[in-house]
Ligand binder design. Structure first.
Ligand code: NI
Length: 276
């Protein structure tokens, strides 16, 4: 298909990319998802995984994924909301996780930066998500902030039998990336990797092989450079992150798209007949 220039989204990415972590259920993106997806397709980002952050939001994500081609959902209760993840909520989450549009569990993990939920509660709920992912045979999307060691400790204790783990919005060091790669995990980068002060994350990205590397927006947050001031972030803008990562890896845009998309399709086991 020919891609027409499209204002500030006219990045003309030559091949199809997958935004492996977006929040299309969040305002203001949720107000006009068809237009958001149309701009995304124009820019060359033609597959999406919309990630739930609460039981209610996960329901919305599954519902949305059922209405869009190449649009999938992940279901989970964010560590911020761990206080709400009682047994009933986790049971309800497991039920909606059975939908064939659900390709992962998460986002889940630990956030000791904000501590919106108490740390023991976050740990308990993270472990419960890992158990659910094992039972359902789904990969896990991990959010880890100011809690790298504690996150790994829980994964080392409870992670046996998981089919896949991705650390999303990775901003750690190459050394930390090495610890994840050594465990067989994938690592995903947002627009943060394009920020001027993110040299450490760029060094980490350079060290991640393409069969373990994915790209995401985490939109509506964190627009990449050089459109960082554009709010909200949206999937079309992911091409800027992809371009930087391609340069970092010494790959052409085509090579980067082909390889990162292959990694995402393998990790989330997306049906190739539908996707891209
Ligand atoms: Ni997110």
């Amino acid at each position: 298909m020919t891609r027409m220039p499209f204002g500030k989204f006219s990045s003309g990415w030559p091949m199809n990319l997958i935004d492996t972590h977006c929040h299309l259920t969040f305002e203001p993106l949720a107000d006009d998802v068809p237009a958001v997806l149309a701009r995304s397709r124009q820019a060359g980002v033609t597959g999406w995984i919309t990630v739930g952050t609460s039981l209610a939001d996960s329901r919305k994500a599954v519902d949305l994924a059922g209405r869009g081609e190449n649009l999938y959902a992940s279901v989970g209760i964010h560590p911020h909301d761990a206080k709400d993840a009682d047994d009933a909520a986790m049971a309800a989450l497991k039920e909606i996780a059975g939908s064939d549009r659900v390709v992962a569990i998460g986002e889940t993990g630990l956030d000791f930066h904000y501590n919106f939920s108490k740390q023991p509660e976050q740990k308990r709920v993270f472990a419960a998500h890992l158990e659910m992912a094992k039972e359902l045979g789904l990969p896990v999307i991990v959010h880890s902030r100011n809690a790298f060691e504690e996150t790994l400790e829980i994964l080392d204790r409870c992670g046996d039998g998981l089919v896949g783990v991705v650390f999303h919005c990775f901003g750690g060091s190459a050394e930390q990336a090495g610890l994840l790669l050594g465990r067989g995990y994938c690592i995903s980068f947002t627009g943060v990797v394009t920020f001027k002060n993110a040299q450490m994350a760029r060094e980490a990205a350079a060290a991640v092989p393409m069969d373990r590397l994915m790209v995401e927006t985490d939109c509506p947050y964190m627009s990449p450079e050089p459109v960082r001031s554009h709010k909200p972030n949206e999937p079309a803008l992911m091409v800027h992150t992809a371009r930087l990562l391609a340069e970092l890896k010494g790959l052409s845009p085509e090579q980067f798209a082909e390889q990162s998309t292959a990694t995402a399709m393998r990790f989330f086991r997306l049906p190739s007949a539908e996707t891209l």
